[in-house]
Unconditional design. Structure first.
Length: 284
């Protein structure tokens, strides 16, 4: 057999490696090196300044208080709805189609809609007053709750579609076999679906968390940028484009990346506590 003059694997891998170096490895390495080049002080001055400045290190906790609850809410309800619509039918297509709308609108348009409809004079507040359910001032914008609702609206469709792709890949013969042996719906979910879904749930959690942790437009438009929703992305933006201290901004971004990596690593470590077997449970 004549060997081809070129290796297709090399032809495909080389451009992919070049893209990885250009768009991921080089920017990360550049930002990491830049973070150790402060305008004043030693090489660790930016990191010392970050953890010694209350206005900076508090942004880490503020971001966690938004990202973790939003991620848990998205994954929980996405799992529940994906499980309910796991069989192909009109409901699955309808839900999937409707959830594409928030993905196409984007964060800014969703924030503008929330300001219009969820504000003190929006349709929600007026409807509750008209129904005499609540007479006080309803504030779902320019505070913590506005940003949290925005993160749920923008993050839920992504989590749902990702989990749905995993749950529809589980062989339906497995739960049917369990049903013939007397297992009810809860036991089928707990002993069959949940163990096989664990890798997908962890992946959905990690991706949703990274997406929520990088919140910026919602925190500015719907939150309180100088208060409870002053997230770490705002701190990095101010350091770069208001103080023109790109070294400090890089250090803030590195802290942001380490915090995300810690949560992702913890989630991946917890995955090992669940069942790991030789069968993936796919239809193929």
């Amino acid at each position: 057999m004549t060997r081809p003059w070129f290796d297709p694997a090399v032809v495909l891998v080389a451009p992919a490696a070049a893209v990885m170096l250009m768009f991921f490895v080089y920017p990360f390495a550049y930002g990491l090196v830049l973070s150790f080049q402060p305008q004043e002080g030693g090489v660790f001055q930016n990191y010392i300044h970050f953890f010694q400045t209350e206005d900076l290190w508090r942004t880490l906790g503020n971001t966690m208080q938004l990202a973790l609850p939003a991620t848990c809410i998205n994954v929980f309800f996405a799992l529940a709805i994906a499980y309910a619509t796991r069989t192909k039918g009109p409901y699955q297509r309808l839900v999937s189609t409707l959830l594409v709308i928030p993905l196409t609108l984007g964060t800014v348009l969703i924030a503008e809609g929330m300001l219009t409809y969820f504000g003190p004079q929006g349709w929600l507040a007026q409807s509750l007053r008209w129904l005499q359910v609540y007479e006080g001032s309803i504030r779902l914008t320019h505070n913590y709750w506005g940003v949290l609702i925005s993160l749920v609206i923008t993050g839920f469709p992504f989590a749902y579609l990702l989990i749905l792709s995993y749950i529809t890949g589980i062989d339906p013969v497995l739960p049917r076999a369990a049903a013939t042996l007397g297992a009810d719906g809860w036991n089928r979910f707990r002993h069959i679906y949940l163990p096989l879904l664990t890798p997908g749930l962890v992946m959905a959690f990690c991706l949703s968390f990274v997406q929520a942790f990088s919140v910026f437009p919602s925190a500015v438009l719907l939150g309180s940028p100088a208060g409870t929703t002053r997230v770490i992305a705002i701190a990095a933006y101010e350091a770069a484009f208001e103080q023109y201290d790109y070294s400090l901004a890089s250090a803030v971004a590195m802290v942001m990346g380490v915090a995300q990596l810690a949560i992702v690593a913890a989630a991946l470590a917890l995955r090992s506590l669940f069942y790991r077997g030789p069968v993936a449970g796919g239809k193929g």
